[in-house]
Write a protein that binds this ligand. Sequence first.
Ligand SMILES: Nc1ncnc2c1ncn2[C@@H]1O[C@H](COP(=O)(O)OP(=O)(O)O)[C@@H](O)[C@H]1O
Ligand SMILES: [Mg+2]
Length: 292
Amino acid sequence: MRLRLEGVALSFEGARGERNRALDDVTLEVGPGVTGLMGRTGSGKSTLLEVMAGALRPDAGRLLVDGRDALRGPGARALAASVGLVFQLPERQFFEPTVEREVSFGLLARGVAPDEARARSARALALMGLSLDGLAGRSPFSLSGGERRRVAIASVLALGPRLLLLDEPTAGLDPRARAACLEAVRAAGAAGATVVMASHDANALAAVADRVVALEGGRVTLDGPVRELLGDAPLMRAHGLEPACAARAASALARAGLSVTGSPLTADELAEAVCRALGAGGSRGVVSGGRS
Ligand SMILES: Nc1ncnc2c1ncn2[C@@H]1O[C@H](COP(=O)(O)OP(=O)(O)O)[C@@H](O)[C@H]1O
Ligand SMILES: [Mg+2]
């Protein structure tokens, strides 16, 4: 599905009754695949995701889902039926007494039969490296931070949403859980879902995003293919953003006199680019089989 924001603005009331702009004239269209959302804290990422999810109503502008007004009527219902939002704070999502009820809630609400809901919940939790049998009766609030986040992600993945919005989903995850999360995000995008993932983790975005959008002060400041943005360390730095590690290394190598081409985004790509630059014959044998 395609989601379009046109001239979206949203302000929050400050402590002294003043209006603070969190989103300012945002025009943006997202479609199938993974779009990464970057920007420093306070730049408006969470607010933008909540507007996209229909959870926050903009003060001005339009929200369109497949060309239909998504702020009211059938368009709003279509959006609500298709969207899954993983909140920045998992606790904001939890409202059921047990993990099993939490993860299966959305499925049961959509009329999925209890057995099928349980099976789909178990599969979603397994994707995140958790076992339904082990956690079913636990309160979501009794879990560790990383487990809470994984349960929150699983409860959204279980719905198989066509519009999947994730707010810093890898924050606080250990490397294995982070890899599982990124694989689930990548798979959703590859399966045709429209995925938007906000993250400070440039390497995570480099691994899964097709396109990156950067926000600053509630405005879109960069929008382009992931390699052109995250692979360009000087550009990212000029916008106060973190480039992918491989891009940082490539730019340090360039300063040291080794001309690395191709804007590498991952460790494997960097190794291949270094081999090319050294005239060592590239990928054959030297770096094959590695993963990053
Ligand atoms: N519920 C709220 N009440 C008041 N101000 C808010 C609220 N939510 C966000 N803001 C403000 O809106 C701006 C954007 O916040 P947010 O969307 O959370 O940014 P990000 O997710 O990029 O850190 C910030 O200045 C923040 O303080
Ligand atoms: Mg945020």
